[in-house]
Write a protein that binds this ligand. Structure first.
Ligand code: ADE
Length: 243
C-alpha cells in the first residue's frame, strides 16, 4: 500500500513514520511512503503557499494551485489512489472505517495548515475528508501519521502472529483484555492466577470476560453494538447490577 503525503512540513511526517512498526513495514516493502513538499509546487522567488482570505477575517489560507499540482504529481505515481484531505470537518476515523479503507491500493493525503485551504482545491481533487477526532490540530500532519499507522498495522505481514491485530481493542467490537508480564509478584501486586495455570481454555475464557468487563466499564456504548452470545449477555446483565 502506498501513501503519498502532501505537506508543508515533510519532517513532521517522515520522522514518526520511520520508527517502530511503520518503519519496519516500509523496510519490508509492505508500505511505501512518498513525501511531497508543498513548497516545491509554489511559484515565485519566495514560494509562498498561503494568502489572506477573500472577505477578510483573520488567518491565512493555503492556495489551491500548489495543492492541485501536488496531487497531479502524486497521481502519476499512483493513478488509482484515493485522495483524502485531513481536516476536522471530515468523517471521524474509527476501526470500521480503517478496515473498509484496506481495499484501496493507496492514498494521497493532503495536510491542511493555517486557517484553512482554498475550497476550490478541496472541490476539485479530494475524494473524501477525514478527521481523527472532534478537536482542531494546527495541521493535518499528525492526523496523516495516525491514518498511516492505523491502516498499516492491519496489513498482512506487518505484525507477527503473537501480537496480531486480532487481539486489538475494537477488533471484535470490544476493548482489549488486561495484559501482564514478569515478575509474577512484585510491589505493584500479583498477576491473576489463571494466567499462570497453563490452561489455555481457562485463559481464553478469563480474557473474554475481562474484555467484556473493560468495555462495560469504560465504553458502555460499544457493548450495545457488540455481537455477544446469550451467555455473555447474561454475564453483562449480572455485572451491570454490580457496577
Ligand atoms: N487538521 C486539523 N484538525 C484535524 C483533525 N481533527 N483531524 C484531521 N486533520 C485535522
Amino acid at each position: 500500500m502506498k501513501f503519498s503525503v502532501i505537506t508543508l512540513f515533510p519532517e513532521m511526517v517522515e520522522v514518526p513514520l520511520s520508527a517502530s512498526m511503520v518503519g519496519r513495514a516500509r523496510e519490508k516493502g509492505i508500505v511505501q511512503l512518498e513525501l511531497l513538499s508543498l513548497r516545491d509546487f509554489c511559484e515565485g522567488k519566495h514560494r509562498v503557499a498561503d494568502d489572506a482570505p477573500f472577505g477578510g477575517g483573520g488567518g491565512m489560507v493555503l492556495k489551491a494551485e500548489p495543492i492541485v499540482k501536488a496531487v497531479k504529481m502524486a497521481k502519476m505515481g499512483q493513478p488509482d489512489a484515493k485522495v483524502i484531505f485531513l481536516g476536522p470537518q471530515g468523517r471521524t476515523l474509527d476501526h470500521t472505517m480503517v478496515m473498509g479503507l484496506l481495499k484501496e491500493s493507496g492514498f494521497i493525503l493532503i495536510c491542511g495548515h493555517y486557517e484553512g485551504v482554498d475550497q476550490r482545491a478541496l472541490d476539485s481533487v479530494v475524494d473524501e475528508e477525514i478527521s481523527i477526532g472532534d478537536y482542531v490540530l494546527s495541521g493535518g500532519e499528525y492526523a496523516a501519521c495516525v491514518f498511516v499507522d492505523a491502516l498499516t498495522r492491519q496489513l498482512p505481514g506487518v505484525l507477527g502472529d503473537e501480537d496480531s491485530a486480532k487481539h486489538d481493542s475494537f477488533y471484535d467490537g470490544l476493548l482489549d483484555f488486561p495484559h501482564y508480564t514478569r515478575p509474577a509478584e512484585g510491589a505493584e501486586g500479583k498477576v491473576p492466577e489463571v494466567l499462570m495455570s497453563g490452561n489455555h481454555e481457562e485463559v481464553a475464557k478469563w480474557r473474554r470476560q475481562q474484555a467484556l468487563l473493560a468495555t462495560l466499564k469504560k465504553r458502555p456504548d460499544l457493548i450495545e453494538k457488540a455481537e455477544l452470545s446469550n451467555e455473555e449477555k447474561a454475564y453483562i446483565q449480572q455485572q451491570r447490577g454490580q457496577l
